[in-house]
Design a protein around this ligand. Structure first.
Ligand SMILES: Cc1cc2nc3c(=O)[nH]c(=O)nc-3n(C[C@H](O)[C@H](O)[C@H](O)COP(=O)(O)OP(=O)(O)OC[C@H]3O[C@@H](n4cnc5c(N)ncnc54)[C@H](O)[C@@H]3O)c2cc1C
Ligand SMILES: *[C@@H]1O[C@H](CO)[C@@H](O)[C@H](O)[C@H]1NC(C)=O
Ligand SMILES: *[C@@H]1O[C@H](CO)[C@@H](O)[C@H](O)[C@H]1NC(C)=O
Ligand SMILES: *[C@@H]1O[C@H](CO)[C@@H](O)[C@H](O)[C@H]1NC(C)=O
Ligand SMILES: *[C@@H]1O[C@H](CO)[C@@H](O)[C@H](O)[C@H]1NC(C)=O
Ligand SMILES: *[C@@H]1O[C@H](CO)[C@@H](O)[C@H](O)[C@H]1NC(C)=O
Ligand SMILES: *[C@@H]1O[C@H](CO)[C@@H](O)[C@H](O)[C@H]1NC(C)=O
Length: 533
């Protein structure tokens, strides 16, 4: 790529100015590419690739490498004019500045797991470039202070691996389960996982940040506005600037913990009973106990429920707690397995081995998801109805993740993530499929929307809440088609999803946005709009 750009520069210097003065669409494109290239190269940024070279399969490979939702990987999805891979904080800073000088808007990508593709495509017609943090993935663990500095391009698997190895398996970190998620997007949106009832969200454990603002200034916690440091820890990625690195608080984990995964299938009514009871148990178990449940329907009219558990202690205690609190589960001691914490991250991520946690390649599919919060238990009839609904579409499933524990005790305004006290659990609705078939995408998505409508009477209301990391463009989108300068109307319109994700914290996010990015440089379909101009 370096050599391509240099060749362009060399050719340009040979061209008579008359030719440059009569640009058609193509030469205009390459002229601006040349300016951008020279900006990047002058800062020693050498790893970038342009779309204009459409013969380059390298471009497609680098673009699709971390696209997790194949719905946004189709030929019809708008593609970036350039993908830039910075190698250092300095290069990241200048990638922002060079793109701002060009006519391209910026999308930033860490792990590429955005549910709606916001890190690498757009529904607007603006040409854009991606700053991809894949190569910024260093993880520096300091076991003596139980902290780590991690670059935002590091995946959760890379963090877990390094933390476990460097601490001789004494420390862990509370974050999500899929190993290939990027810490950049994940922690920006909160980050919930198996340790969250004990230690909170990933964002609750951020001690400091190295952040690059829209003007390319590098800021740490003490140098940035308090509202902005608050906003970047859960207010959603892509709105503020770019997080270069996080300083994380690591948490103690026992040498051996207990893991289980139990699958039950059968008639709907007894399964609904089991899930009905889970609603009391899951959110009120000791903080050390995580117990989630996933439900799907079977074509034969039966249902299935999978219980996944992690207990930070020996299996005898786990067994005794479950026998007392949840005898209906009918668990036997042989269902429980003791292992190290890092081995549970391997199980949770469905990878094969501890070393595979660092593997960035991952299986992918097409999917649509939505989310809800539940504050009062759903009636048994409601659950029966839900499982019946699911038997009509076996490509779909729902996951209930327990809250309570420390999540109940962290204040609802401490960070932008507001879904703390009073929430029993989060529901995620997912439908996924593996190949493009005529008309099927719309059918799957319409089905999920119908199901979500059915669930409306059982879940949180006014507003119906949602989790920003389970991004859902059905909640509404910014209209930046006529330009990105933002008015009071834009700010009010964005309450459609802003209130669902952030409740009472939305207005403070708008204030933070107005301070750090009044020109709305970092915008996307659901970014927080500034209150200016
Ligand atoms: C298979 C799968 C499993 C998941 N499991 C969980 C889970 O267990 N718990 C949970 O909480 N969530 C989970 N998620 C959701 C996940 O946390 C979010 O999708 C998250 O935003 C992904 O981060 P990313 O860096 O991989 O994504 P990206 O697509 O790279 O980024 C997501 C958003 O953040 C922005 N962004 C990325 N990097 C930065 C940065 N460095 N600075 C500022 N903004 C940035 C992007 O522009 C985009 O808007 C899961 C997602 C998938 C696909
Ligand atoms: C640029 O970075 C990407 C992502 O890590 C890598 O696959 C590619 O080989 C790099 N290209 C060059 C020329 O270094
Ligand atoms: C396009 O990419 C190919 C393969 O990477 C390269 O050989 C070729 O020189 C490039 N063409 C242009 C015009 O940059
Ligand atoms: C690592 O942990 C094991 C088991 O707890 C212990 O026996 C060993 O001494 C530890 N090693 C170091 C270097 O601390
Ligand atoms: C933030 O950066 C400044 C300037 O580099 C430095 O003096 C200060 O110690 C840093 N603060 C923290 C909390 O690291
Ligand atoms: C449903 O589950 C029940 C109980 O496990 C089982 O007897 C039955 O064969 C299953 N299938 C159907 C179609 O009922
Ligand atoms: C978005 O804004 C443009 C320009 O103001 C307007 O024409 C268009 O109707 C708007 N679209 C929506 C969906 O509001």
């Amino acid at each position: 790529m370096y050599s391509i750009a240099v060749t362009f520069l060399f050719l340009l210097s040979l061209l008579p100015t008359a030719i440059q003065a009569q640009p058609n669409a193509c030469t205009q494109d390459s002229t601006s590419n040349i300016l951008l290239s020279s900006c990047l190269l002058s800062k020693n940024i050498q790893n970038f690739t342009y779309r204009s070279n459409s013969s380059s399969s390298e471009y497609i490979k680098l673009l699709t490498f971390s696209i997790q939702n194949l719905r946004y990987s189709l030929p019809s999805n708008p593609k970036p004019a350039i993908i830039i891979f910075p190698l250092s904080e300095y290069q990241l800073q200048h990638a922002i500045l060079c793109l701002r000088q060009s006519s391209l808007t910026i999308r930033v990508r860490s792990g590429g797991h955005s549910y709606e593709g916001l890190s690498y495509t757009t529904s607007y017609n603006y040409p854009f470039g991606i700053i991809d943090l894949t190569n910024l993935n260093r993880v520096q663990v300091d076991p003596s202070s139980a902290t780590a500095w991690v670059e935002a391009g590091a995946t959760l698997g890379e963090i877990y691996y390094n933390v476990a190895v460097e601490s001789n398996q004494t420390l862990g970190f509370p974050a999500g389960s899929c190993a290939t998620i990027g810490s950049g997007g994940h922690i920006s949106g909160g980050g919930y996982g198996f340790l969250s009832r004990k230690y909170g969200l990933a964002a609750d454990n951020v001690l400091d940040v190295t952040f690059i603002d829209p003007n390319g200034r590098v800021l740490n916690r003490s140098q940035m506005d308090e509202d902005v440091f608050w906003a970047v820890r859960g207010g959603g990625g892509g709105s503020w600037g770019i997080v270069y690195a996080w300083k994380l608080r690591l948490v103690p984990v026992p040498n051996q913990v207990t893991w289980f995964n139990i699958y039950k299938s059968g008639l709907i009514e007894p399964l609904a009973d089991l899930v009905h009871k889970w609603q009391d148990v899951g959110p009120s178990l000791p903080d050390e106990f995580f117990l989630s449940t996933a439900i799907s329907g079977l074509w034969d009219g039966n249902g299935s429920v999978t219980f996944t558990g992690l207990y930070l202690g020996p299996k005898e205690s786990a067994f005794s707690i479950l026998s007392k609190r949840y005898p209906e589960l009918q668990i036997s001691e042989s269902d429980l397995e003791e292992m190290s914490w890092i081995e549970t991250t391997v199980k949770a991520a469905w990878v094969n081995s501890v070393s595979d946690l660092r593997n960035r390649g991952t299986s992918k599919n097409f999917f649509k998801a939505k989310s809800d919060y539940v504050k009062t238990p759903i009636s048994k009839e409601g659950l029966i109805g839900a499982i019946k609904f699911l038997t009509k579409e076996t490509s779909a499933y729902i996951i209930f993740k327990p809250y309570g524990g420390v999540l109940e005790r962290i204040g609802g305004t401490d960070l932008p993530f507001p879904h703390r006290a009073g929430n029993l659990y989060n529901i995620q609705y997912v439908i996924d499929w593996t190949k493009v078939e005529e008309g099927m995408t719309d059918k799957y998505i319409a089905w999920l929307r119908d199901f979500y409508a059915y669930m409306g009477s059982f879940v949180s209301k006014n507003p119906r809440a949602a989790y920003v990391n389970y991004l859902d463009l059905d909640l509404g989108t910014n209209n930046w088609t006529a330009g990105t300068s933002s008015t009071v109307d834009d700010v009010n319109h964005a309450r459609l999803w802003g209130n669902a994700y952030f409740l009472w914290n939305y207005d403070r996010l708008v204030r933070a946005k107005t301070k750090i990015d009044p020109e709305n440089v970092f915008n996307n379909e659901q970014s927080i709009p500034p209150l200016s101009k």
